[in-house]
Design a protein around this ligand. Structure first.
Ligand code: F6R
Length: 261
């Protein structure tokens, strides 16, 4: 796992947007896995700027989001469909029919999950998956205890996750208790993975994910099994890493040898 430590959240957003833009530039029909939450918003803003400056087109891109709350309709302001439309899709030239987010308000949730997997497969799999990380170490809504081989399915949210996400709702009671999420098995099949984390509240989760043992108790630790994962963190989220200096040196060394930009 490559660990990139940058000074602040703005640099993390720039790095992520550049990686995503490079992926689209080298393959216009890229299939991108996207995340919601506070962390990727800065990167989405940068991508919107690149599109507005005519340096990037999303017209042939296909997207699959990680997750959606159960019980919220796509037009609910706290739904992830609404979030993606507002924070990215309506500002760029992606075709809305090429953007996929699980439907959380359908009667047959199991069919929706199977369908979602089938759509990812039909699209040829994910070229690049963007991830945030929960304070409990989740990726997508794969909460602690999730199978490291899981596929898209329904997961119950932990109380910690519900509290963390209550800021998007008018009260904690309104936060849904479950979600549809891509599984860790689904995520690990992405060709490349970019996990972003900013802020000191993510420092424990990042340390456990990157330097702790591979365990279902820290779902993000499964990324240690993926051969093309880049973890991009700001100094605050990197603060508890034991090998902090080594990661810094590895980046310098990689650049010196011309292996990374
Ligand atoms: C969002 C998602 C979650 C978030 C995580 C961090 O689609 O799948 O795993 O990435 O909860 O959220 P923020 O970025 O709000 O701290």
């Amino acid at each position: 796992v490559r660990i990139v430590i940058l000074s602040d959240a703005v640099s993390v957003a720039e790095f992520a947007a550049e990686e995503m833009a490079a992926a689209i530039s080298s393959k216009a029909t890229s299939v991108l896995g996207l995340a919601t939450g506070g962390t990727p918003v800065g990167a989405y803003r940068q991508l919107i700027e690149l599109y507005k400056n005519r340096r990037l087109s999303f017209s042939e891109v296909t997207t699959f989001n990680l997750d959606e709350y159960i019980g919220l309709s796509p037009d609910h302001p706290a739904s992830y469909r609404y979030f993606m439309n507002e924070n990215l899709f309506r500002h760029i030239d992606v075709q809305i029919k090429s953007t996929h987010i699980p439907l959380g308000d359908v009667s047959d949730l199991i069919a929706e999950c199977c369908n979602y997997e089938a759509r990812i497969e039909r699209a040829g799999g994910l070229d690049l998956q963007l991830l945030g990380i929960g304070t409990d170490g989740h990726i997508g809504f794969n909460e602690p205890g999730s199978s490291l081989a899981g596929r898209t399915r329904v997961k119950t949210l932990t109380e910690q996750t519900r509290r963390d996400n209550a800021r998007y709702f008018s009260s904690l009671d309104e936060v849904p208790t479950s979600a549809i999420t891509m599984g860790i098995g689904t995520i690990l099949e992405a060709k490349r993975i970019l996990l972003l984390a900013t802020g000191s509240n993510k420092a424990d989760a990042i340390r456990a994910a990157v330097e702790g043992p591979l365990t279902t108790s820290v779902p993000a630790s499964a990324l240690q099994l993926h051969s093309a994962t880049v973890v991009v963190v700001d100094e605050a989220a990197a603060a508890k890493l034991d090998r902090h200096d080594y990661y810094r040196r590895s980046e310098l060394e990689g650049r010196r040898l011309g292996l990374i930009r």
